[in-house]
Design a protein around this ligand. Structure first.
Ligand SMILES: [Zn+2]
Length: 415
């Protein structure tokens, strides 16, 4: 009680989880990106005395549904069963979603969702447990076109402003702009003015598919520039939310977490998009947090013994810093090695060649990837080759140890 002169425990913090769709860590300023100043707001969060940048956060998959399901359930794909467009046994339907756990703990819970796959009308259950689930943007016509970050921030700020100061809140803001199409953003102009190729701002996803296997270095530079412009625009909008929190006097009792659901291939290996591999550009995700002074002692994010962090640790870490119990079958403890898995069936029949099933294991700076359809196996030394350009030869000593981990029951088997 402050009136007695002795400080009691702080009130429960508000918790803000910012998820940016299709955002690879290596294009962000706190992760050393210097081609463009994509994320000044995120950089200032990282540099804050109470900010921290986590390196080595491995995404649970390489596309939206399994990735966000991990954030919303605290489970790997094998645990949450959200691997296909429609899945059986989804843990999004049980009582332990992120929204439900915070709601049970006395929190007001909100989510502003931009991705059409996660809209309520898709009946996947991502809205389970949230008091407020605004998917207005996710329902707009032609969801890939245009910029929506301003709408997400507006809705989030409006919701925060309406909250009662006696009740803590947990809010998820899911931004979509860095996802294709890659729009030309007015505030910055990062495309080489002398470039005259086919890459233009807002190029359709069909055009990207048609051209992806024949890109020149100039095409790739232009595509990267438009991607970076969208990241910048999103970062600016996230900054508006931070400013609103400061204006309302909420900054020192709000825990802020920033991450993404998966990354993006920008012409690497002839692909633009996500789902097709489990290499660095798709599974190495950002994780930056700011835990105000009063809550530092409650923050816990243990590193894996094999290095790095699992995406499923974010959910229990959020509950723990809020002083809430973590459900029995979830844990903030890092597994001894990290996994990612993709089992993607394309939405459109004409894209069936994009059907992909892969598994990845990461431990001690090594990443093993198995294509379960073709049997192809790849092994990379992340210290020598962090962008996974050159697979190690078959005689490398690390193969046996990584293959042995496949016997652990960590992957979803039912295809
Ligand atoms: Zn996504």
């Amino acid at each position: 009680m402050s009136c007695g002169g002795k400080e009691g425990p702080p009130p429960p913090p508000n918790v803000l989880l910012v998820v940016v769709d299709t955002l690879r860590a290596d294009h962000l300023t706190p992760y050393g990106y210097s081609v463009h100043n994509t994320t000044p707001v995120l950089q200032s969060l990282a540099e804050d005395p109470y900010g921290k940048t986590y390196h080595g956060m491995l995404g649970s998959s390489s596309w939206t549904k399994p990735g966000v399901a991990t954030l919303f359930t605290g489970l790997d794909p094998r645990g949450h069963n959200v691997m296909r467009l429609v899945g059986k046994g989804s843990k999004l339907n049980d009582a332990h979603t992120l929204g439900a756990e915070f709601g049970r703990g006395g929190y007001a819970t909100g989510c502003v969702m931009s991705n059409f796959l996660l809209a309520k009308r898709m009946r996947s259950g991502f809205e389970q447990g949230f008091d407020f689930y605004d998917d207005t943007v996710a329902n707009k016509a032609d969801p890939h076109r245009g910029s929506t970050a301003v709408n997400i921030s507006n809705s989030g700020i409006e919701w925060i402003t309406k909250q009662n100061e006696l009740k803590p809140w947990m809010l998820v803001l899911h931004y979509f702009d860095p996802h294709a199409s890659f729009e030309d953003i007015q505030e910055v102009d990062w495309v080489d003015p002398n470039y005259e190729g086919w890459v233009v701002g807002g190029a359709s996803t069909d055009l990207l598919r048609e051209k992806e296997s024949s890109m020149t270095a100039g095409d790739r530079a232009a595509l990267n520039a438009y991607y970076d412009e969208e990241i910048f625009a999103t970062d600016q909008q996230i900054g508006r939310v931070f400013e609103a929190l400061k204006r309302q006097g909420l900054w020192e009792n709000t825990v802020v977490l920033f991450t993404s659901d998966h990354g993006e291939e920008l012409g690497e290996r002839g692909h633009i998009g996500h789902t097709q591999t489990l290499r660095s550009e798709l599974v190495d995700l950002p994780f930056v947090v700011r835990v105000p002074k009063a809550y530092q002692s409650a923050w816990n994010m243990p590193e894996s013994a094999g290095g790095g962090y699992a995406m499923r640790q974010i959910y229990p870490a959020m509950l723990t810093v809020a002083g809430l119990p973590v459900p029995e079958d979830r844990s903030v403890e890092a597994p001894p090695f990290l996994i990612a898995q993709v089992d993607f069936v394309p939405v459109r029949k004409e894209h069936i060649e994009k059907y992909v099933q892969k598994r990845a294991l990461r431990k001690n700076g090594m990443q093993y990837i198995l294509d379960t359809r073709s049997g192809e196996e790849l092994l990379f030394d992340l210290n020598a080759d962090p962008t996974m350009q050159s697979p190690l030869p078959a005689e490398h000593e690390a193969w046996a140890g990584m293959r042995a981990l496949l016997d652990e029951p960590v992957f979803w088997e039912e295809y």
